[in-house]
Design a protein around this ligand. Structure first.
Ligand SMILES: O=[N+]([O-])c1ccc(O[C@@H]2O[C@@H](CO)[C@H](O)[C@H](S[C@@H]3O[C@H](CO)[C@@H](O)[C@H](O)[C@H]3O)[C@@H]2O)cc1
Length: 608
């Protein structure tokens, strides 16, 4: 009989470093460059994957196989691509990445968890770890083994359009929430190699701590702009959560679009190679952001060869190339062949990529199956999301005097008014990065709106009247026992969310004034960050910050009506006016409307 040649790197019994070394020595430059190339799924085809030995594919925000694609549709797409990669000479599996940043948010009917700002308000790292584990199951349900999460930005200015992706202005809260990495990737076994990337089996996913480093510190919160801070400030505010992430075995780290004191992070060799890789000992791989290398120059792509040279030599290992992947591949090959980029840099990048792929079992289990499809949007996950919503709510005002609190609201109450643009809008309560990159209004996926939750919580005898934007007369002349007004920000992502005024768009303020001027009211703010409320607080009987709660609006009603108490604490300072910004806890002249860590509490009704 003909003995099949023994191929060491294919032997799961061999140690990871032995498999990496054996495979590396077999690879051509083209195969190595292919591993460093991540293309967008819209450009992927079996032929392209085979021709260029592509090592990774991503879905950018909102990039799906088809509208409302099922878990099986996703699995089928990934299987098709993976089979093409496995058919290449060395059969190196590709790794598919996606932004599951508050649940598997691109995928129809996935559980949508509160965005990070709300999770920061919970101050509950174990809850966040459980969310990571549930998210991993839903991501794996679609056959995907890698998510570009968590964002561990320390947002220092709420004018930043991505502030809701940050757990807190306080790096200690962000550090605590890196527990999500253990949920996503799995708990690290005892005596595992310290700071080594780790992913446990087929029900967990590789994570990505992002965006390295200082993304949340840009001046005036301008997205992708310049973080002006000395080295001590960078290390004490923006770096600590990377220590925790590495200690928790994070497999990948994504570079930030932003600059540090004028140096683009994607070209920052000192911070990526000398500090992150050598000093901190990060052993996973560093991935660029979407067109992150193009944006090294102003305007972007002004000198792509320079972008490739500077980013790869800085220590970027895998490049997210959502458009001209041939341009990337050809430029990189030329730069290596002309020794502008040393082969040792290429080998470091490929070694790190292969290390993660071997560690996470991708070589041994490259093809997803349908075993986990029922995890998508599973009831237990929705109950977990509902718990997270409850714990994320921050009670900022309760009654016109502490002796006469309005909350919890009585379930039996004759007739109540529910008003506001965000009361019955699932897309609004999920925010950006949901189904579409920028998010979307309306019934965008499966879930429960806040109005639906209120209706299912009150006593059957209570008449719930919904009017999105009633005039004062309506509010006054209908003998309502009380009103719940739900208003806030429309969905946004990234630069589209940058705001210098942080006002609630009309008709939000008008709805507050019309309703609260006529009847006892609690105002629930749906927003990715503190917004201008100071002028309206005197009109309100109660005020709740609900952040971006996601698909499980029932969690809001659970607490409004006293089935659970308010426990949330502000993860960020709530300013009086935007002229005060930036203003963070610990600053001189700290004069907030509501300070960091503020939050009134209530007892569950059963104990009252
Ligand atoms: O057509 N245009 O006008 C247009 C404009 C801007 C675009 O910009 C792009 O849009 C998004 C959706 O296509 C992309 O996801 C990224 S965002 C980036 O993507 C990563 C992967 O999704 C995330 O992990 C990072 O955290 C995030 O910073 C990019 O900014 C795209 C298209």
């Amino acid at each position: 009989t003909i003995q099949a040649e023994y191929i060491k790197y294919k032997d799961p019994n061999q140690p990871v470093n032995v498999r990496v070394k054996d495979l590396m020595k077999r690879m051509t430059l083209a195969e190595k460059i292919g591993q460093m190339t991540q293309i967008e799924r819209k450009d992927a085809s079996p032929q392209v994957l085979k021709d260029y030995f592509i090592g990774s594919i991503l879905s950018g925000g909102g990039s799906v196989p088809a509208p409302q694609a099922s878990a099986k549709d996703w699995v089928n797409m990934i299987n098709e691509y993976q089979k093409a990669c496995l058919s290449t000479r060395l059969g190196i599996p590709m790794i598919y990445g996606i932004d599951a940043v508050h649940g598997h948010n691109n995928v129809y009917n996935a559980t949508i968890f509160p965005h990070n700002v709300g999770l920061g308000a919970t101050r509950d790292p174990d809850l966040v770890k459980r969310i990571g584990a549930a998210t991993a199951l839903e991501v794996r349900a679609t056959g995907i083994p890698y998510t570009f999460a968590p964002c561990i930005a320390v947002c220092r200015d709420p004018r930043w359009g991505r502030c809701y992706e940050s757990y807190s202005e306080d790096h200690r809260v962000v550090q605590a929430m890196t527990q999500i990495i253990l949920g996503l990737q799995g708990d690290i076994p005892a005596n595992y190699t310290k700071d080594f990337p780790y992913v446990s089996g087929q029900k967990h996913v590789a994570a990505c701590a992002k965006h390295f480093v200082g993304d949340g510190g840009t001046q005036k919160g301008i997205n992708e702009n310049n973080t002006i801070i000395d080295f001590h400030g960078l290390l004490s505010t923006h770096m600590p959560a990377y220590y925790d992430s590495i200690a928790k075995g994070v497999s990948t780290i994504m570079a930030s679009y932003s600059s540090w004191n004028g140096i683009k992070m994607h070209a920052n060799r000192y911070l990526i190679t000398d500090f992150l890789k050598k000093k901190l000992g990060f052993k996973g791989f560093v991935i660029s952001d979407w067109q992150g290398i193009d944006r090294i120059t102003t305007p972007p792509d002004a000198n792509y060869t320079y972008s490739v040279q500077m980013s790869v030599n800085a220590g970027i290992d895998m490049v997210m190339v959502p458009d001209d992947y041939l341009g990337f591949i050809n430029n990189l090959a030329t730069l290596v062949n002309t020794e502008v980029i040393p082969m040792s840099r290429i080998d470091d990048a490929v070694r790190r990529i292969l290390r993660v792929k071997f560690v996470m079992g991708l070589f041994d289990n490259p093809l997803p199956d349908y075993n986990l499809v029922d995890q998508l949007g599973k009831k237990e996950h929705r109950e977990l999301a509902r718990e997270a919503v409850r714990k994320s709510l921050v009670l900022l005002k309760n009654g016109r005097s502490s002796k006469k609190p309005l909350l919890p609201l009585p379930k039996k109450a004759g007739k109540i008014l529910v008003a506001g643009s965000h009361a019955d809008n699932l897309g609004y309560q999920c925010g950006g990065w949901t189904i579409e990159w920028q998010g979307k209004s309306g019934r965008i996926t499966d879930g429960t709106t806040i109005l639906e939750a209120i209706k299912s919580t009150v006593d059957p005898s209570t008449n719930v009247v919904f009017s999105e934007n009633p005039d004062a007369g309506f509010a006054k002349n209908n003998n309502f026992s009380y009103a719940i007004v739900v208003v806030g920000e429309p969905p946004y992502s990234e630069t589209a969310g940058d705001s210098l005024n942080l006002t609630i768009p009309e008709p939000g303020p008008s709805t507050i004034q019309s309703v609260c001027g006529a009847v006892k009211c609690v105002v629930v703010i749906i927003s990715g960050r503190p917004v201008v409320v100071e002028p309206y607080v005197p009109l309100m009987d109660a005020l709740v910050a609900a952040w971006l709660p996601g698909s499980e609006g029932q969690g809001v009603a659970d607490v409004l009506f006293g089935d659970f108490g308010f426990t949330g604490k502000l993860p960020r300072t709530w300013f009086k006016s935007v002229e005060q910004l930036p203003m963070n806890f610990g600053d001189e002249n700290y004069d907030p409307l509501f300070p960091f860590d503020f939050g009134l509490t209530t007892k569950p009704r059963s104990t009252v």
